[in-house]
Design a protein around this ligand. Sequence first.
Ligand code: MN
Length: 258
Amino acid sequence: MGSVIGVTATLKEDGEAPAPGEVSRPLGEYVRADLDYVEGVYEAGGVPIVLPPVGGARSAEALVGAMDGLLLSGGSDLDPKYYGEAWLPEMGETIPERDEFEMALVGAALWRGIPIFGICRGLQVLNVALGGTLYQDIAAQLGAEASQHRQTALKWQPAHEVEVRGGSWVGEAMGEAGVKVNSYHHQAVKDLAESLVVSGTSSDGIIEAVESRDFSEQWVFGVQWHAEAMRRVGVEHRNLFAALVSAAENHAVRREAA
Ligand code: MN
């Protein structure tokens, strides 16, 4: 037994650079999910399934029916058309198939009352799917004081602190008010969706953790840092995965009772 947790994946193009004098090899495209997310779910007692970003709404609907929880992984920037803005020059790479699929996935998961945990891009997708907006580039829109959010240190090393709101789900799960987190984002929440509340901020006011207000039975939460990469160095980060799996188990019980 174990509840099934869908883990979003990305599309990556791969190919080896040709050696001098060699013909370049054809590139392959791959569906790829970082093992840290997949293992994080498994270690917390869940059964991960990787969700390829293919097929948009039709895939999203069918897949959501086969899972008890959803983990939105990190990755490329979300196309600002989803929050009604034109591109700034500082926008990073987008993957249209992934954007379309994940927006549909969040909608379908909310509809079915499935718990959702968003990490980094995942938090941003969650906020936009619920009607919020993003800073397309923190440095361009907020200035250099926000530079602490793009670390060069190794991924399990902290870059800054987050003040977690007492009594929040994220706070309860992590068991601490001040947590040290890594930081690999150049975007952040600008306008928070109405159905979300802030559950953690950094010292410069960037929203680093959110959770739902309207879905009282449904755990919907997100963190801006890569908790999956810090779960071996801090139990508080592992606890976020445990919170998702536990909420997914409760959802499975309710679904079977219905
Ligand atoms: Mn940060």
